[in-house]
Design a protein around this ligand. Structure first.
Ligand SMILES: Cc1ncc(COP(=O)(O)O)c(C=O)c1O
Length: 416
């Protein structure tokens, strides 16, 4: 007789497009920072569904918001006004800066809005090009893979949507050199996530702002993964530029967000700075499900919980502790861990080049390491071949962080 694990695996094998490289785990439910597989095994979830489940799993406030709003109004389309969308836009603007918001359903869709904003902005002058960074990640739509600065996402889907070129990240001179008469915007992540947890430097952000002002370009930021309090401030650029002279005046012209905004309920958004807020006028951009009352009610509730429980400060403080522990592991076990990366609750473990305990395998060191962590009861996310991401829920408890580090250390020890 088939057990539940095999039944689900069979259903997927027969019915689901195999576009994901999935791990050998079938999950059934979660509670707080933990998820459980169908055999009842418990995992500490330090990946949070790739930076999505900011309040962990089955949070009562999210459940309550879903039930309460579902009783009133789930969806009506954007042909009409609804209060939750307006209030959510105001909450985002209050935390980013003067401007307006558009609502979508995912990070890729939020970024699509930014590409269209850039095209509209440059249209009268025949400018359309968006410069993005090498190693960036902006989503899997056709424009998303054209924008993404990694060949692996483009392969097999050529020709690419035109109008995107890639520049080395954190290299201001290269950005200046790459600008052409067709360039309309520069788009970067505050902290590159899929590319390996690499924060933008303060000099780069301030320099790009000055460069975009000089050349009349839009400065766009993809905060889909690194935003939403993950670094200890609402947006990663706010954290990176903290205490940096001139940093408090920095504002991009457009910012995309998704992931943690809905804590697991799909919602994406972009914010656009005041002067450009009406560029996309009536009839120019739309999304059937964008900003439904239900999605917005959940997002509003999450803002409330994060604010009340000061989860931004928690992520910052506990993030410092986790990173110090990762640094200790790197120092103690240099043949396994090279260094830590990132900030706040967006952290990376960079693996050493040749790990003694790994036999030759087709699987990347990152995937092998993540598999060992699974066996030890911890979920993490690989980035590239050498980096493991920790993107925990913002409400991770100190003792859970301690448990995570202890399990990671056990895995590392066995590889020395
Ligand atoms: C920085 C960044 N932008 C965009 C996306 C795409 O978001 P989605 O998968 O919701 O379309 C991701 C997803 O990982 C991301 O990390």
């Amino acid at each position: 007789m088939h057990n539940q694990y095999e039944t689900v695996r069979d259903l997927f094998a027969k019915n689901v497009v195999p576009s994901y490289g999935r791990f050998d785990i079938v999950l059934s439910h979660g509670a707080g920072s933990y998820v459980f597989d169908v055999a009842g095994k418990r995992y500490l979830d330090l990946g949070a569904g790739i930076a999505v489940c900011c309040l962990g799993h089955a949070h009562p406030a999210i459940i309550e918001a879903l039930i309460e709003q579902s009783r009133k109004l789930i969806h009506v389309s954007n042909l009409y006004f609804t209060e939750p969308q307006g209030r959510l836009a105001a909450e985002i603007i209050r935390r980013v800066g003067p401007g307006k918001c558009f609502f979508a359903n995912s990070g890729a869709e939020a970024n699509e809005g930014l590409y269209k904003l850039a095209r509209k902005f440059g249209h009268a002058e025949g400018r359309f090009e968006v410069l993005t960074a090498v190693n960036s990640f902006h989503g899997r739509t056709l424009a998303g893979i054209a924008a993404t600065g990694q060949d692996k996402v483009k392969k097999g889907f050529e020709p690419m949507v035109s109008g995107f070129r890639h520049i080395p990240f954190n290299d201001l001179a290269a950005a200046r050199k790459a600008i052409s008469p067709a360039t309309a915007a520069i788009l970067i992540e505050g902290v590159q996530g899929e590319g390996g947890v690499t924060p933008a430097t303060p000099e780069y952000l301030l320099g790009l702002r000055a460069l975009c002002d000089e050349k009349n370009l839009l400065l766009l930021m993809d905060e889909v993964q690194c935003g939403y309090f993950r670094t200890g401030r609402f947006m990663s650029f706010q954290r990176i530029l903290e205490n940096v002279p001139g940093g408090d005046k920095f504002l991009p012209d457009g910012v995309s967000m998704a992931k943690s905004l809905g804590g697991g309920f799909p919602i994406g958004a972009f914010w656009v700075r005041g002067p450009y807020a009406d560029l996309l006028g009536p009839g120019t951009h739309a999304s059937t499900f964008g900003g439904t009352p239900l999605a917005c009610a959940v997002a509003l509730k999450i803002f409330e919980v994060v604010g009340r429980e000061k989860l931004d400060e928690q992520a910052r403080k506990l993030g410092v502790w986790i990173q110090a522990e990762l640094d200790r592991l790197a120092k103690t076990y240099p043949t396994v861990i090279k260094r830590s990366r990132g900030l706040g609750f967006m952290l990376g473990i960079e693996l050493a080049e040749k790990i003694p305990g790994f036999a030759a395998s087709e699987k990347s060191p990152a995937v092998q390491f993540v598999n060992r962590l699974h066996a030890a009861g911890v979920l993490t996310i690989p980035a590239g071949t050498q980096i493991i991401r920790l993107l925990p829920p913002l409400n991770l408890k100190p003792q859970e962080a301690g448990e995570g580090i202890a399990r990671i250390e056990d895995v590392v020890k066995a590889l020395v």
